[in-house]
Design a protein around this ligand. Sequence first.
Ligand code: IMP
Ligand code: MG
Length: 184
Amino acid sequence: MSLVISKEQIQILYSAETIATRINELAQTINQDYKDCESLVVVGVLKGAFIFAADLVRNLNLPCQLEFIRLSSYEGTQSTGTFRVYDLTLPDLHGKDILIVDDIVDSGRTAQFLLDFFNKQAGVKSVKLAALFDKPSKRHADHQKINPDYCCFTIEDKFILGYGLDYDQRFRELPYVGFISGLT
Ligand code: IMP
Ligand code: MG
């Protein structure tokens, strides 16, 4: 069941400025790690990562190709345990270095599926995962080994929204990330 929530109930956890600073720092690390790479494909996971992917690529100093795929695993504040694949259409990835960009790693199901999926693509050179948030305490027993290669913020078990993340498809447009007391 989802609750009716108004913007006034949201408490800010990370301001737009804090997020921008951290994404810039993360991008510098990625720039360094991929400095000799001419075949980077950044794959944003819709819908949640649309703002993060847009801000991250604008801080990269690398030749890169941008692709988007669309999956969904959440309803309300709970991971449904299964997820729906809406769009996995991708060009030929032979010889490419893949950087998956997702909003948050929670149970790790989505990350596991995507890492397996890209690692199985013929001729792919490397596959890494960048996440804006990581909630390691929520990791499912089957996905304990999932650990983003790049992560902006590690958070406790709290349901967050804004900056791409939604609560029942709402609040993605907020420039900050917040939470609502009592919502986990
Ligand atoms: P996982 O497959 O359980 O790791 O879930 C990953 C997906 O669940 C993320 O890409 C988000 O779309 C969504 N999700 C997980 N935690 C939150 C949250 O706190 N707020 C909003 N969406 C979340
Ligand atoms: Mg997502």
